[in-house]
Design a protein around this ligand. Structure first.
Ligand SMILES: CC(C)[C@H](C(=O)O)[C@@H](O)C(=O)O
Ligand code: SF4
Length: 773
C-alpha cells in the first residue's frame, strides 16, 4: 500500500511523502507537482525564461491557465477579443501575453469568452482539476485554498513557476506540522470566514510561519467544501505555507461529476476513493504546534486595522494602542488607526461605510452568494453606500447564481452584478477605492492601499458585508437578519466509500516490477534543452559590503514592498522606483517623502536592509518584491523572520534573506543608524562591521548557499534528474491514473507516453468549440 507507514503520520507528511522524487541529506526535497494553475500576472517572465533557455512545458496536461487579476468586470456582451476589451494598456499587455504563451506552449486556457473563466482558485476546484492528495501550485499566495481537498497546495514565485513549467517539480524543504482544531457548533450568524479571521486574530499573521496547518475538529468537519476553501484560502494570512483539511464524504460528494475528476462509474473512481480515504492524520501523529478553539467563542468578526490579525467581534469597540503591551504592536496599532481614520473606543457598529465588495477567491463561490442574497432579499442598500458590487468568482458561479435568481435579488436591492475576476480584492483592474473610501469587503487582505491608494478595508463574511450594505455602517448581521437566514443550509451527503483493497493499490515493489523503465527520455518532455545546468544562470553571492538601511516595522507585506499597479509588467527589471512606493512618495503630489529612510542619504545607496520587526515580506507571492529591492540595489535583508514565499523568491534572485536574533539585529541597527557599512560574508556565514568586528553569525540552508555562492540555476540542476522524474511519472500513471490529463495523454502501455494536443481548448475562434472538456 502506498501509504503504509511504520509510525503515525500527519496528513501533510503523507501527501508530501507520496510526491518525493528525490531527497538530499541536507533535507532538500524535489517534489512532483500534480497540478499547476497559471495566471497572467506571475507567468510572463517564467515563459520568457523558458523561451530563452529553449525549454518547453513538461506537462501541458497538468497545467491550466486563465486571466483573472487584470480583467475588467464590466459586461462582456460585446466582447470581441482581449486586445479591444481591456482598455488599460499594461493590463492588456499581460492578458495578451498570456494568450500568446498558452498558444505557443500548447496549454489549456479559459479566456474571457469562456464561461469557465474565473479566479484561478475558484476554477481549479470547480473543474475537478484540484483533487485530494495532489500537489497543487500557482504563482499566487492563495493557492492554499485548494488544501480544503486534502491536497498540498501552496503559492510560488515566478522563478518557481518557470521551474514547474520546465520540470513539473519543485525544490522544497519539509515544513513543520501545525494543528488547528475547532470543536463545537458555530453560532448563528457565524460562518467559515469568521472562523478563519478569529484564528488569525488568535495566532497572528506570523503564527503559521514555517508550517503547514491542518484544520480539524467537529466544527471544520461540519463545513461544506466552499466553507472549507474559505478557511484554507486564508492560511497564508496566518503565515502558513499551506492549509489542509482531510478529505471525507463531503469532499467526495463535491467532486462527483466534476469534468476533470474521475468518472463516478469508472474503476478509477473506486480506486481514487480508496486512496483518498487514507488521507488523514493517524492517531498519535505528532504536531509541532497545536491550537484549540471552541466554536462558541467565535462571533461575527471584522477587521479594524491594516493587517488580517487586527480583528474584533463586531460588538466590540475600536482598540487602543494601550491595549497592547509589546511596543512594536502599540506602534503598529497607532499607525493602523491613523491610516484607517479610526478613533479608539468608538463602537465598530458606528463606523460608516462607503462601498461594499462581495467577491474574491475567499468568498465568491455560489454558497457565499446564496448566504449574502438571503440577507438582502427584498431589501434595499442604504443611501450612503456609493457602490455595492457582487463579483462572482467564475463564469460558472455567475451562471448558477443567475439560474437561481440571485442576480435579481442583488440588483433589486441596488447591488451592481458584475462579471468574474479578482476585481476590487486588489484592484489591478478598474475596480478600486478612492483615497479614504471605506469598504466592507469579503476579500482577504486589508493592507494599506490594497483596494486602492489610501483606501480603507474592513474584512468580513459575505453575510456581514450584505448587512453592512443594508445598514450603511459596519453591522452585526444577527441584528439585521431574521434568525432563519443566519445559518447556511447544511448538506450531509452520504456516499459509499470503498474500502481500499489490494487490487486497488500497488506497492512500490510492485510498480518497480511492473514498469520496464526505458533508458532514454520522456516522450512528452522538453524538446531542445540539453538538460545541463545553465552555467552562470544566476549572479553569484559571496561577500557583500555596503550601507545598511534600518526599517523599524513589523509584518511588512509585499503589497507595501511593491503595490499592485507595478505588477503589470512583463519584465523583471526596472522596478527600483516602485519599491515601497506608498511610503516613499506623497500620493497626492508624487514628490518624495523626505522622512522615508530610503530617501535619505546615505541610505539611498543601501545594499542591505535591516528590519527590526518579524514577518518581513508576508502576504502575496509577487516576486516583483525581491525584483524591486534588487533593482534599488538591496541584495540582503536581515530580519527576525520572513514570509515563506518571499524568502524563497529572494534566493532565486541571488539575494540573501538572513534570519538573525534580536541581539544581532540590534548590533546591526547601531551600524545602520550610524550610516556605516557592514559586510555580509556568505561563505563564512557571518556579518561584520566595516572594520571586521563580528556582529553575528547566521544559519543558511546548505543547498541554497551552494547555489548562491556558485551562481547555479536550479532548473538546470533539476533537469539532470530527468530519470528520477520520469520514473516517478510512470509510477504515478500506474498508481493514480486519474491524474494524467483527461483525453490528453494516450498511454498505450506503462512506458509509452505519447503527447497529443488537447482536443477542446477554448482559445481563438472559440465560439464554435464545445465548452465541456
Ligand atoms: C498577483 C499575485 C502575485 C498576488 C498573490 O500572490 O497573492 C495576488 O493574487 C494577491 O492577492 O495579492
Ligand atoms: S487574493 Fe484577490 S487578487 Fe489574489 S487571487 Fe484571490 S481574488 Fe485574486
Amino acid at each position: 500500500m502506498p501509504s503504509a507507514t511504520t509510525s503515525p503520520t500527519t496528513l501533510y507528511d503523507k501527501v508530501l511523502r507520496d510526491h518525493i522524487v528525490d531527497e538530499k541529506e541536507d533535507g532538500t526535497v524535489l517534489i512532483y507537482i500534480d497540478r499547476h494553475l497559471v495566471h497572467e500576472v506571475t507567468s510572463p517572465q517564467a515563459f520568457e525564461g523558458l523561451r530563452n533557455a529553449n525549454r518547453s512545458v513538461r506537462r501541458p496536461d497538468c497545467t491550466l491557465a486563465t486571466t483573472d487579476h487584470n480583467v475588467p468586470t464590466s459586461p462582456r456582451t460585446n466582447f470581441k477579443d482581449v486586445a479591444s476589451f481591456v482598455k488599460e494598456a499594461d493590463s492588456r499587455t499581460q492578458c495578451v501575453t498570456l494568450e500568446d504563451n498558452v498558444r505557443d506552449f500548447n496549454l489549456t486556457f479559459f479566456g474571457l469568452d469562456d464561461k469557465r473563466q474565473g479566479i484561478v482558485h475558484i476554477i481549479g476546484p470547480e473543474q475537478g482539476f484540484t483533487l485530494p492528495g495532489t500537489t497543487v501550485v500557482c504563482g499566487d499566495s492563495h493557492t492554499s485554498t485548494h488544501g480544503a481537498f486534502g491536497s498540498l497546495a501552496f503559492g510560488i514565485g515566478t522563478s518557481e513557476v518557470e521551474h514547474v513549467l520546465a520540470t513539473q517539480t519543485l525544490l522544497s524543504r519539509r515544513s513543520d506540522n501545525m494543528k488547528i482544531q475547532v470543536d463545537g457548533e458555530l453560532l448563528p450568524g457565524v460562518g467559515s470566514k469568521d472562523v478563519i479571521l478569529h484564528v488569525i486574530g488568535v495566532i497572528g499573521t506570523a503564527g503559521g510561519t514555517g508550517c503547514v496547518i491542518e484544520f480539524c475538529g467537529s466544527a471544520i468537519k461540519s463545513l461544506s467544501m466552499e466553507a472549507r476553501m474559505s478557511i484554507c484560502n486564508m492560511s497564508i494570512e496566518a503565515g502558513a505555507r499551506a492549509g489542509m483539511i482531510a478529505p471525507d464524504q463531503i469532499t467526495f460528494e463535491y467532486l462527483k461529476g466534476r469534468p476533470l475528476a474521475p468518472k463516478t462509474d469508472s474503476p478509477e473512481w473506486k480506486r481514487a476513493i480508496a486512496y483518498w480515504s487514507t488521507l488523514k492524520t493517524d492517531e498519535g501523529a505528532k504536531f509541532d504546534k497545536e491550537v484549540y478553539i471552541d466554536a462558541r467563542d467565535i462571533a461575527p468578526t471584522v477587521s479594524w486595522g491594516t493587517s488580517p490579525q487586527d480583528v474584533v467581534p463586531i460588538t466590540n469597540v475600536v482598540p487602543s494602542p494601550d491595549d497592547f503591551e509589546d511596543p512594536q504592536k502599540k506602534e503598529a496599532c497607532k499607525r493602523a488607526l491613523e491610516y484607517m481614520g479610526l478613533t479608539s473606543g468608538v463602537p465598530m457598529e458606528d463606523i460608516v461605510v462607503d462601498k461594499v465588495f462581495i467577491g474574491s477567491c475567499t468568498n465568491a463561490r455560489i454558497e457565499d452568494l446564496r448566504a449574502a442574497a438571503k440577507i438582502v432579499q427584498g431589501r434595499k442598500i442604504a443611501s450612503n453606500i456609493k457602490h455595492a458590487m457582487i463579483v462572482p468568482g467564475s463564469g460558472l458561479v455567475k451562471q448558477q447564481a443567475e439560474q437561481e435568481g440571485l442576480d435579481k435579488i442583488f440588483t433589486d436591492a441596488g447591488f451592481d452584478w458584475r462579471e468574474a475576476g479578482c476585481s476590487m480584492c486588489l484592484g489591478m483592474n478598474p475596480d478600486i477605492l478612492s483615497p479614504k473610501e471605506r469598504c466592507a469587503s469579503t476579500s482577504n487582505r486589508n493592507f494599506e492601499g490594497r483596494q486602492g491608494a489610501l483606501g480603507r478595508t474592513h474584512l468580513m463574511s459575505p453575510m456581514m458585508a450584505a448587512a453592512c450594505a443594508l445598514v450603511g455602517k459596519l453591522a452585526d448581521v444577527r441584528k439585521v437578519a431574521a434568525a432563519s437566514n443566519l445559518t447556511p443550509a447544511k448538506t450531509r451527503p452520504q456516499i459509499e466509500v470503498a474500502e481500499p483493497s489490494v487490487e486497488d493499490m500497488f506497492s512500490d515493489e510492485d510498480l518497480d516490477h511492473i514498469l520496464d523503465i526505458p533508458e532514454n527520455g520522456h516522450a512528452a518532455a522538453v524538446e531542445s534543452s540539453s538538460g545541463a545546468p545553465a552555467s552562470g544562470g544566476m549572479a553569484t553571492f559571496t561577500q557583500l559590503k555596503g550601507i545598511v538601511a534600518p526599517l523599524e516595522r513589523s509584518n511588512v507585506d509585499t503589497d507595501a514592498i511593491i503595490p499592485k499597479q507595478f505588477l503589470k509588467t512583463i519584465k523583471r527589471s526596472g522596478l527600483g522606483t516602485a519599491l515601497f512606493h506608498q511610503w516613499r512618495y506623497d500620493s497626492e503630489t508624487g514628490q518624495e517623502n523626505p522622512d522615508f529612510i530610503l530617501n535619505k542619504p546615505p541610505y539611498r545607496d543601501a545594499k542591505v536592509l535591516v528590519v527590526t520587526g518579524p514577518n518581513f515580506g508576508c502576504g502575496s507571492s509577487r516576486e516583483h518584491a525581491p525584483w524591486a529591492l534588487l533593482d534599488f540595489g538591496i541584495r540582503c535583508i536581515i530580519a527576525p523572520s520572513f514570509g515563506d514565499i518571499f524568502r524563497s523568491n529572494c534566493f532565486k534572485n541571488s539575494m540573501l534573506p538572513l534570519i538573525m536574533d534580536q541581539d544581532a539585529i540590534q548590533k546591526v541597527m547601531v551600524e545602520a543608524e550610524a550610516g556605516r557599512e557592514i559586510e555580509v560574508d556568505l561563505p563564512a556565514q557571518v556579518v561584520r562591521t566595516a572594520d571586521g568586528t563580528e556582529l553575528g553569525k547566521f544559519e543558511v540552508d546548505s543547498f541554497k548557499k551552494h547555489c548562491l555562492v556558485n551562481g547555479l540555476d536550479d532548473i538546470g540542476l533539476t533537469m539532470q534528474m530527468e530519470d528520477k522524474i520520469r520514473r516517478f511519472e510512470q509510477k504515478r500513471t500506474q498508481r493514480y491514473p486519474w491524474l494524467d490529463g483527461t483525453g490528453y495523454l494516450k498511454r498505450t502501455g506503462p512506458v509509452k507516453v505519447e503527447a497529443a494536443p488537447v482536443p477542446t481548448t477554448n482559445r481563438g475562434a472559440v465560439k464554435t468549440e464545445p465548452l465541456e472538456w
